[in-house]
Design a protein around this ligand. Structure first.
Ligand SMILES: Cc1cc2nc3c(=O)[nH]c(=O)nc-3n(C[C@H](O)[C@H](O)[C@H](O)COP(=O)(O)O)c2cc1C
Ligand SMILES: [Mn+2]
Length: 446
């Protein structure tokens, strides 16, 4: 079955037993966040809440919270994800611009009718400052070149038609807003919620063109876009909900704190505001959210966009590299490389290559090919049984990392670490891993 929007993706997840329909009434105030995280940590499916207290819209979260669900979204095997992402980043496919009204514009609410309180926006983590839109993709254009861009900017609700908008340094939207503010003009923005997961994955990538072309490459066909209602932006035709408005120039207000990808809270910051002019949606729209500091958040921002280069650089150093993974439970600070080692020093060279693939990589663990890089327990087993600390652990002090990592200084200077968990030739011969074949337990538990 082809996936081209959130609905078809949810159906694909359901077919793979990766969707958990929750019919019991749940509260937006932390309860949904708690359930999202508990279910994700237990490796269950994506929770699809049918009954949100005080709201008629259903809400889904965690759809890209596991390698299995990402593989379902990309219609490949989990081990093929880095290659699929690498291919898409190098073979962009331009979108298709459609005329006329699109599904995402079936119902339109404008002007004074706009009320963000009608949407089921959760307060996710206990320390969050309020309700944040976290699962929507920001659409904006360079005011000079007209180039369009997709990214994530979380928005704290501040009124019926007003939110904050968190725009970090180095973001394309930051350069667009700088240009608009210099000309004392507002910057039109659309927030698209409830999307084809290919568009969500593309929006987390650092790319110099329009990220929708990466989504097209992931789908091997152009993504359909339609003209927005309140600006000259182009929005995904099959989105569930589109919120349109603008960022007025020169305004900054306090926003936050919010649970961040590092697994720690940020501190309150000064943000521009987003003033909403219209909300359009499909009939019976589905709301979508991403819990802060969830694996889903880290997969989108820190894992999927970076594994292709990690694979490319490590494979460049050794053709014996089997696969790579950036682990979502490390804030994206840990890279794991599996290798079928043939030379004694090969694993160290591969680790050094891994550091060059992204500044955020702080810990690199190299394992033999019999270790499951997606299984934290298998990695801890390799650490516990195959590492001789004084020989296999190497520190690289005073290197550059991420400034939000609490184990680095305020400019991100930190010590990097190599954990070489590969065995030498002799140990490899002497010690074989005990492997029990996987089994379908269904018939035994009836
Ligand atoms: C779930 C998620 C939430 C994010 N939240 C924000 C945010 O609030 N503000 C921000 O500037 N960047 C945020 N980011 C990071 C950027 O959106 C992301 O790096 C994006 O690729 C940047 O796009 P750009 O290269 O077009 O600027 C978030 C990323 C993810 C995956
Ligand atoms: Mn961009």
């Amino acid at each position: 079955m082809a996936i081209n929007d959130l609905r078809s993706f949810l159906q694909a997840l359901e077919e793979k037993n990766q969707l958990l329909k929750i019919t019991r009434e749940v509260s937006l105030d932390q309860e949904i966040g708690r359930i999202l995280i508990a279910i994700e940590r237990k490796g269950m499916g994506a929770p699809f809440f049918q009954n949100v207290r005080g709201h008629s819209l259903p809400l889904v979260g965690g759809v890209l919270g596991s390698p299995m669900r990402i593989a379902t979204a990309l219609q490949c095997e989990p081990g093929e994800i880095p290659d699929r992402m690498g291919y898409a980043l190098e073979n962009p496919v331009k979108p298709e611009i459609r005329e006329g009204t699109a599904p995402c514009q079936e119902v339109v609410v404008k002007g004074d009718e706009v009320d963000l309180g009608q949407l089921p926006v959760p307060i996710h983590a206990p320390g969050d400052a309020g309700a944040f839109f976290t699962g929507g993709v920001t659409i904006a254009k360079d005011p000079e070149s007209g180039r369009q861009n997709l990214s994530y900017q979380r928005m704290q609700i501040k009124g019926k038609n007003k939110t904050g908008i968190t725009i970090n340094e180095w973001r394309h939207v930051k350069t667009f807003l700088d240009k608009a503010e210099k000309a004392s003009k507002p910057l039109p923005v659309a927030l698209a919620i409830g999307l084809d997961p290919a568009i969500m994955i593309a929006a987390g990538c650092r790319y110099d063109g329009d990220e929708v072309e990466i989504a097209g490459a992931l789908r091997d066909q152009p993504i359909p876009l339609v003209p927005a209602l309140a600006s000259d932006l182009l929005v995904p035709a099959l989105a569930e909900i589109i919120i349109e408005g603008e960022i007025p120039p020169g305004i900054r207000e306090e926003e936050g704190p919010l649970g961040e990808f590092t697994g720690h809270y940020g501190i309150p910051w000064q943000s521009p505001v987003f003033l909403v002019k219209s909300i359009s949606h499909r009939k019976n729209p589905i709301f979508q959210t991403i819990a802060g500091a969830s694996y889903e958040h880290i997969n989108l921002g820190n894992v999927l966009p970076r594994e292709p280069l990690l694979k490319k650089y490590t494979t460049y150093v050794s053709k014996n590299v089997q696969n790579v993974h950036i682990t979502p439970y490390s804030g994206g600070f840990m890279a794991v490389v599996s290798i079928k080692k043939t030379n004694p020093g090969e694993s160290r060279n591969v680790a050094l290559a891994a550091f060059t693939s992204h500044v955020n990589i702080k810990n690199v663990m190299v394992v033999d090919e019999d270790v499951n890089i997606y299984d934290p327990a298998d990695l801890m087993w390799a650490l516990s049984t195959r590492v001789i600390p004084e020989k296999d652990i190497t520190f690289i002090p005073m290197a550059q990392g991420h400034e939000m990592d609490p184990a680095s200084d305020e400019r991100g200077v930190q010590t990097k670490m190599i954990i070489d968990a590969t065995r030498d030739e002799k140990t490899r011969e002497e010690y074989k891993k005990v492997v029990y074949e996987d089994i379908d337990l269904g018939p035994y538990l009836e």
